[in-house]
Design a binder for this molecule. Structure first.
Ligand code: SAM
Length: 309
């Protein structure tokens, strides 16, 4: 294997990645901040767990290192030549300023093992762990969720998911389990399953993404957790003592009336996916129904929770 290493501008990254994978047979493309670990490093916040973004607006960092993996040197060299020669509709060079850093050999690896090694068991509380199927559960883990990375978001590695799971672990009362829970934006189903492992019943899990709905079903079954309704958002129905929503600030704001009205009187709304600077905006959006307070913080992300009067 050989890696073609390029230095590109942020606005070129998306088109460059598409050209490399769709037209030039790159096996994989990765994007890194060329200024990482320097004073010019630029933190980027985006959809939790999705590739780092600015990306919904701009595909990468101001100075991005783009690495494309090829089977051999000929394929990588040809790709570099074709990239430099690409014109746009007006005949101008498409990737102007593109800098070819060079080619570097990549040692043969056991790729399955390498991928798996990036997903270690994740500690939620001292006895509650998320553990990939190929790992043994750690000593002392009495509550274990088996979960492998898949098409839907939610492996437990992202701070927003971890904070929601910690909230569940801290607030679940095994002697009086929640009779209903709504996981709104369920992704892999990780929060719904977490609630189930803490005794909840009547769990509904909904998402706008059909792949997430399928993942939630499969992951819940693999963990022996029985979900009530799993489907698109219209499957959420009635009042729930606990509503969990780990999405993003903008959709959470839009969803304020809907989510609030699913919370039973005396019940809790728990939401994540927002940053420190978005707290006040979210508190104001939910104020007509309930008072949201900061319940947890991790790596710049915030967990808000509130009780419905
Ligand atoms: C950050 S993931 C969270 C997944 C999982 N609940 C977790 O905590 O790891 C957000 C999920 O919300 C879903 N989503 C985004 N907007 C939504 C909306 N308006 N209604 C329902 N689900 C939505 C996405 O498809 C995605 O699966």
């Amino acid at each position: 294997m050989i890696e073609l290493v390029l230095l590109a501008r942020a606005d070129q990254v998306d088109a460059l990645s598409d050209a490399l994978t769709d037209e030039l047979d790159a096996l994989a493309v990765t994007v890194e901040d060329a200024d990482a670990d320097t004073p010019d490093e630029a933190p980027i916040f985006g959809e939790p767990g999705m590739p780092a973004t600015l990306s919904s607006q701009i595909g990468g960092w101001q100075r991005s290192i783009v690495k494309a993996l090829f089977t051999d040197e000929d394929a990588a060299t040809e790709a570099a030549t074709l990239l430099l020669a690409q014109d746009d509709d007006s005949g101008a060079t498409l990737f102007d300023d593109l800098h070819i850093h060079g080619l570097q050999p990549v040692a043969d690896q056991d790729w399955v093992r390498l991928t798996q090694s990036q997903f270690e068991p994740v500690l939620i509380t001292s006895d509650f762990w998320i553990v990939p199927s190929w790992h043994k559960a750690p000593e002392g883990a009495t509550r274990v969720m088996r979960l492998d990375p898949g098409l839907a978001f939610g492996t437990g590695t992202h701070p927003t998911t971890r904070m929601c799971l910690r909230w569940i672990a801290r607030h679940a009362d095994l002697s009086a389990p929640w009779p209903r829970v709504l996981d709104y934006g369920c992704g892999s189903g990780i929060l719904a399953i977490g609630a189930g492992l803490h005794g909840a019943t009547g769990i509904d899990a909904v998402d706008i993404d059909p792949a997430a709905v399928e993942s939630s079903r499969a992951n819940a079954a693999a963990n022996g957790v029985s979900l009530n309704r799993v489907g698109l958002p219209d499957q959420a129905e009635g009042l729930y003592p606990v509503v969990l929503a780990n999405i993003l600030a903008a959709p959470l704001k839009l969803l304020a009336p809907l989510l609030s009205q699913h919370v039973a009187p005396g019940g809790s709304l728990v939401m994540a996916g927002l940053l420190e600077r978005q707290i006040e905006d979210l508190q104001a959006a939910y104020a007509p129904w309930l008072a949201l307070e900061v319940a947890d913080r991790e790596e710049g992300w915030v967990l808000l929770s509130g009780r419905r009067p």
